[in-house]
Write a protein that binds this ligand. Structure first.
Ligand code: 5GP
Length: 198
């Protein structure tokens, strides 16, 4: 998705060989117009999949997921990372090791929002080693629902998550695929290298 790649080139900050910071439009401040375009792109890529629900994980998956839900006209559920006083009964839970925060979270979703008739589209902001996606897949499978696909805003293709999920047969669509973050530069898969502004 060219618009997204341009935004990464202009505003992304390479923190290390494995971590890209995009706080100016996705992970802290949010660019609503870009999120809307992302929602349109996901809805096109997963059209005709009969999607009935979108599942993401708080907090950075919520904006792209909501915009996709708006386009597909389906509800959006986000897995919670923290215990909530109002979310206590009949939970589907899984364990996710956070790539960026170096902590393990028990994520949870109320089982009343995903049923066995649902075709679920999983959406997240980043795909690295695939732990967040695997946790969300686990929750959908516990609900005996079907995984219609996995939509990722930014995939770091040099990490193992994308390959692992595709090898398992999941339909993964990533809007920007990064081949490398070495030497402070973002190199997109099969595309040009761009110097990233610090
Ligand atoms: P995974 O579970 O695939 O290893 O990592 C994906 C999760 O970690 C995403 O939900 C995202 O929040 C976070 N993450 C992984 N890599 C990056 C990165 O390079 N930059 C940012 N901002 N978040 C990342």
């Amino acid at each position: 998705m060219e618009l997204l790649k341009k935004k990464i080139e202009q505003e992304g900050i390479v923190l290390s060989n494995t971590v890209l910071k995009v706080d100016s439009f996705l992970n802290h401040q949010i660019d609503p117009e870009l999120m809307l375009e992302i929602g349109k792109e996901f809805s096109q890529r997963f059209a005709n999949k009969g999607i009935t629900k979108i599942l993401t994980i708080e907090s950075s998956g919520i904006a792209p997921a909501v915009m996709t839900g708006l386009q597909l006209n389906v509800p959006v559920i986000f897995a919670r990372k923290r215990k909530s006083m109002t979310l206590i009964n009949d939970l589907l839970t899984s364990t996710v090791r956070s790539f960026t925060k170096n902590e393990t979270n028990e994520i949870s979703v109320s089982q009343k929002y995903i049923t066995e008739n649902d075709q679920v589209l999983i959406i997240d902001d980043f795909l690295a080693n695939g732990q967040a996606a695997i946790g969300l897949i686990d929750i959908v499978q516990q609900a005996k629902a079907t995984i219609a696909g996995i939509g990722i805003v930014i995939e770091k293709a040099f990490q193992e998550g994308g390959q692992h999920l595709r090898d398992k047969g999941f339909h993964v669509e990533s809007l920007a695929r990064i081949a490398s973050l070495e030497e402070g530069k973002v190199l997109f898969v099969s595309e040009k290298t761009s110097e990233v502004m610090k």
